[in-house]
Ligand binder design. Structure first.
Ligand SMILES: NC(=O)c1ccc[n+]([C@@H]2O[C@H](COP(=O)([O-])OP(=O)(O)OC[C@H]3O[C@@H](n4cnc5c(N)ncnc54)[C@H](OP(=O)(O)O)[C@@H]3O)[C@@H](O)[C@H]2O)c1
Length: 257
């Protein structure tokens, strides 16, 4: 296999949660372009359909499935549908996520639960359902959890998100440890700031512009700048990587204190 072929994903099936917008849509396009069949999962059917049509226009193959990652019954239903359709997952991108801002003294239990259930419990539920099938099939696989630089550093008003994303970083390592002997690699990507629905308006606001001045590369990321790290972790090119978190943040985490 040539070095270039090691990044190809022909014959593989990849499940991407939160694939109807932002990073998830980009991940779906990237994996499909590398040859994978992509399964697009989230709650808003119309957004998934938009992604499916973009993948199809680019010559890729995609199908949509309804999924609420916070709800165990919805996760089971989604996997039952995939089992019934004969789809087995080789690559999982656990990307669904939300954020809610609020100082901890004022944060409601509902907002805490929404953020932690989506960003942390959701990663567990979907990875568990995927890994169970990978274990049964015995062909290994690659799981990629989307963390954040807020899994390593903290920010006022984002306490629930920080707690969830730092949980994702160590959950990734624990999954890697438990499943390595079965050929299942588990890694994470920790993005810095990329303009999407999750931070609409923030990056162009005065506070967002000030924040970007602290990024060594002095700008937010462009979604395609996540393609390389994603393909590395998803493909044979990353065959000796498990338990790692790759930071893609323009140097934000190593900014001067
Ligand atoms: N953008 C950034 O700067 C940045 C930085 C670091 C990390 N991240 C992480 O990157 C991931 C993607 O975020 P994004 O920036 O692309 O934001 P986004 O455009 O808002 O995408 C998040 C996606 O998650 C889906 N989602 C939310 N709750 C869900 C649920 N309960 N079940 C299933 N799907 C759900 C949403 O689809 P539905 O509403 O249709 O379900 C949405 O398409 C998140 O984990 C986020 O924390 C983003």
């Amino acid at each position: 296999m040539s070095e270039r072929d090691r990044f190809r994903l022909d014959g593989k099936t990849a499940l991407i949660t939160g694939a109807g917008s932002g990073l998830g849509r980009q991940f779906a396009m990237t994996l499909a372009t590398a040859g994978a069949t992509v399964v697009l999962a989230a709650r808003r059917a119309e957004k998934l359909e938009e992604t499916r049509s973009l993948v199809a226009k680019a010559g890729g193959e995609a199908l949509c499935v309804s999924l609420d990652v916070t709800d165990g019954a919805s996760v089971q239903q989604c996997f039952t549908e995939l089992d019934d359709a004969g789809q087995s997952i080789d690559i999982l991108v656990n990307n669904a996520g939300i954020s809610r801002t609020g100082f901890l003294a004022e944060l409601s239990e509902a907002d805490w639960d929404a953020v932690v259930d989506t960003n942390l419990k959701g990663v567990f539920l979907v990875a568990q359902a995927t890994a169970r099938r990978m274990l049964e099939r015995g062909r290994g696989g690659s799981i990629i959890n989307i963390a954040s630089i807020l899994g390593f550093r903290v920010s006022k008003t984002l306490g629930s998100y920080v707690a969830a994303k730092s949980g994702v970083v160590n959950l990734t390592k624990t999954m890697a440890l438990e499943w390595a002997r079965f050929g299942i690699r588990v890694n994470a990507i920790a993005p810095g700031y990329f303009e999407t629905e999750i931070n609409t308006g923030f990056l162009s606001s005065p506070a967002g512009q000030t924040m970007l001045q602290q990024v060594p590369l002095r700008r937010s990321g462009v979604l395609s700048e996540l393609d390389g790290p994603l393909l590395l972790l998803a493909s044979e090119a990353g065959s000796y990587m498990t338990g790692s978190t790759i930071t893609v943040d323009g140097g934000h985490l190593c900014s001067s204190l």
